[in-house]
Ligand binder design. Structure first.
Ligand SMILES: *Cc1c(COP(=O)(O)O)cnc(C)c1O
Length: 455
């Protein structure tokens, strides 16, 4: 019989996005939280804090949930791509590749990480609303599919692909005009968005590309936003995409791929109840099949690009508790050795998280505290008014759900070095990202000669 943390009443092993904790989490006899067979407080001792911990079992369960649901519900070919902006690393590239998935990248850095991590170029798509010439050339040269986002992409690709050379493999991104209830900064599908062609431009651009020798248009793409808890917006998106697909076929394009982007939400706190991966894929698959049958057009390859839902719950960040400040009658602040530089989501999106004292995982809360970071910014708060057992300095705090958009959005604000990251599996922990040192941060500083020796 295994013990679960009190706020994790059920565990959904087949859909890790519905959990707060990694699926391998258990509490041992001493009351310590164990993930991937590793006692978290021992990891903190061994690698130092802050520390990003990734549970391999959760990652692979998420990949399998996507690939298996696509097999089960979509009668045509399909490919799930990991949206690597959620957390880009060699090890994640390698894991998603070994699970038969592809990857989407939005910069040369992410492309390089994917290629070096072993993802085959024909399973990579390259996004961006303002790609540089160098990035476009790099993607083209490596045979990666380029998602054209605007006329500027087209103008530059026309120059990059020389007459007689192989055409660039393209997908075309358009703005589907679908509203969904999520944070304003992470909505992308409504018409007032910087991403993609306006639907009114679609016909002209498709006609133009039909004549272009430098291009090979294989697919259509749209993405409506992130952390979405409803199924309806994606169902509606499929209808809009099927219309565009039919239009492109009528213009004479050999469209093979329909890519509906990512956006499935995850559970960060108790009240969050996102759909399962299985349900999300089922609804999209059934809708696309129905739309294609209705229009009497061939089933395309169905692509989707999960980011957050693939990695968020696999991640925990460990911090060491330091100072405590009680403001009588107002609140108690407990400060940790990281904060907005390793997790900018609370200060950026007012995001909420769950946490626990990893060696007191089953103890009842005794006080309500506000967990503050160490940065010179009053807004640097990781959890506001959160119930915890009584803690003291040097206790280890674990914050859940930090696998997505934490490391990838981390900064060196206040010249704080970035944390190390480890992956855990079968009672082993392995370093996947070395901890930065203050000296690393000086590596790219340049002091011009005339400043040397003057003070
Ligand atoms: C951000 C993004 C994704 C992934 O979104 P999630 O909400 O993390 O699943 C997929 N595709 C594109 C184009 C994106 O910009």
């Amino acid at each position: 019989m295994e013990n679960l943390i009190p706020f994790e009443k059920n565990r959904h092993s087949d859909s890790p996005n519905k959990n707060i904790c990694p699926i391998s989490s258990v509490v041992n006899q001493k009351g310590s939280l164990v993930v991937g067979g590793c006692v978290l407080s021992e990891l903190a001792k061994r690698y130092g804090t802050p520390l990003y911990v990734l549970d391999e079992k959760s990652l692979r369960a998420s990949c399998k949930a996507y690939t298996e649901a696509l097999k089960k519900y979509y009668p045509g070919p399909a490919l799930a791509l990991y949206a690597s902006k959620a957390n880009s690393s060699l090890v994640l590239s390698s894991i998603v590749s070994s699970e038969g998935m592809g990857l989407d990248a939005v910069s040369e850095g992410e492309l390089l990480t994917a290629l070096n991590g072993g993802i085959s170029p024909d399973k990579i798509v390259f996004h961006g609303n303002n790609k540089s010439d160098q990035e476009l050339y790099f993607a083209y040269k490596n045979d990666v599919t380029i998602v054209i986002d605007n006329y500027y992409d087209i103008e530059r690709l026309k120059v990059i692909v020389r007459p007689g050379d192989k055409p660039a493999k393209l997908m075309l991104r358009f703005t589907p005009g679908i509203e969904c209830h999520t944070h304003e900064y992470i909505r992308t599908g409504h018409l007032d968005s910087k991403f993609g062609f306006d639907p009114d431009q679609l016909q002209d651009i498709l006609k133009e590309l039909k004549e272009a020798k430098w291009s090979e248009l294989n697919g259509l793409h749209a993405h409506i936003g992130s952390q979405i808890f409803e199924l309806k917006p994606h169902e509606d998106l499929v209808t809009v995409m099927a219309q565009a697909y039919e239009l492109a076929l009528n213009i004479g394009h050999n469209i093979k791929d329909i890519n509906i982007g990512g956006g499935l939400g995850v559970r960060y706190v108790n009240d969050d109840d996102p759909p399962s991966i299985n349900d999300w894929i089922r609804v999209i698959s059934e809708k696309l099949k129905q739309e294609c049958d209705h229009r009497k057009i061939a089933l395309p390859r169905l692509m989707c690009e999960p980011g957050r839902s693939l990695v968020a719950s696999a991640g925990i960040t460990l911090y060491t508790i330091g100072s405590r400040k009680n403001v009588p009658g107002i609140r108690t602040y407990i400060s940790v050795d990281g904060g907005m530089s390793d997790n900018p989501r609370p200060i950026t999106y007012q995001s909420s998280y769950q946490a626990c004292l990893v060696d007191k995982a089953l103890e009842q809360p005794e006080e309500t505290v506000t967990i503050a970071g160490k940065h010179c910014e009053s807004g640097d708060v990781l959890l506001k008014d959160f119930p915890l057992p009584r803690s003291k300095s040097n206790d280890i705090l674990g914050v859940f759900g930090t696998g997505a958009y934490n490391f990838s959005m981390s900064s060196n604000y206040n010249r704080i070095p970035k944390p190390a990251a480890v992956i855990v599996c079968n009672s082993h922990s392995e370093l996947i990202q070395r901890r930065e040192t203050p000296e690393d941060l000086l590596r790219l500083d340049v002091l011009p000669d005339r400043f040397i020796g003057v003070n």
